[in-house]
Design a protein around this ligand. Structure first.
Ligand code: URA
Ligand code: URA
Length: 207
């Protein structure tokens, strides 16, 4: 049961605002020494659809909100195309809450397993407090944090039961940007199919 993960921690949060306040002051997390900003969410905390990404990039680090760069623009286009208002219908967050700086000065290296594990209880607290009905896990890092497995190419588009919530892995928008092919079985076409299924499930459960 996911709440147990916080049993050994001093803080167990009464509200989402308390959790955000705590995270904004956090100094003991593994990416704090990197000096990058805490990036927690954008969108509507009352939304029933949650998007979970990987980690902030440079734009996100600068603006303090997830998915505000090119990946975020594509994410919003995909949501809009399925009739979701990104401000109203969606809550967007990440599996890792600070930009992992690259060793060679390049931004956004992939988060390490230790980093993913460290931030996971905070992600689970966000989920408990926001209480979404449907969660989309974009890419392998979100899958690893939430489902303990990767393999996005095989598992995307499938529903997983996550303690009574519906969770679906989908391709990461950055992957779609790198693979823009329009073939019928390409990642863009598959993602379009996936978001239609999300729309169908949302209409069944939420509306
Ligand atoms: N990619 C992510 O996974 N998350 C962001 O917030 C931005 C880009
Ligand atoms: N690898 C990832 O991490 N994400 C994708 O969406 C595809 C491949």
């Amino acid at each position: 049961m996911q709440l147990g993960l916080f049993e050994n921690r001093p803080n167990y949060f009464a509200s989402f605002d308390d959790l955000v306040d705590y995270m904004m002051k956090m100094e003991d997390d593994p990416l704090f020494p990197a000096g990058t900003n805490m990036v927690i969410y954008r969108g509507n905390p009352a939304a029933k659809l949650m998007i979970i990404g990987e980690a902030p990039g440079t734009n996100e680090d600068r603006l303090g909100k997830p998915f505000v760069g090119r990946s975020g623009q594509l994410l919003d286009q995909i949501l809009n195309a399925a009739g979701f208002d990104p401000e109203e219908d969606v809550f967007v967050t990440n599996a890792v809450f600070r930009l992992p700086p690259g060793d060679d000065g390049k931004p956004l290296r992939k988060p390490t397993n230790d980093e993913i594990d460290y931030y996971q209880p905070y992600l689970l607290e966000i989920i408990r407090l926001i209480d979404p009905v449907i969660m989309l896990l974009t890419g392998n890092v979100a899958m690893q944090s939430m489902l303990g497995q990767t393999g996005i190419t095989k598992l995307r588009g499938q529903w997983f039961d996550y303690n009574g919530r519906f969770a679906m892995p989908i391709f990461h928008p950055a992957y779609l940007l790198r693979n823009p092919t329009r073939t019928p079985d390409g990642p863009k076409a598959l993602t379009w199919r996936d978001i239609q299924e999300v729309r169908r499930k949302y209409d069944e459960l939420v509306r």
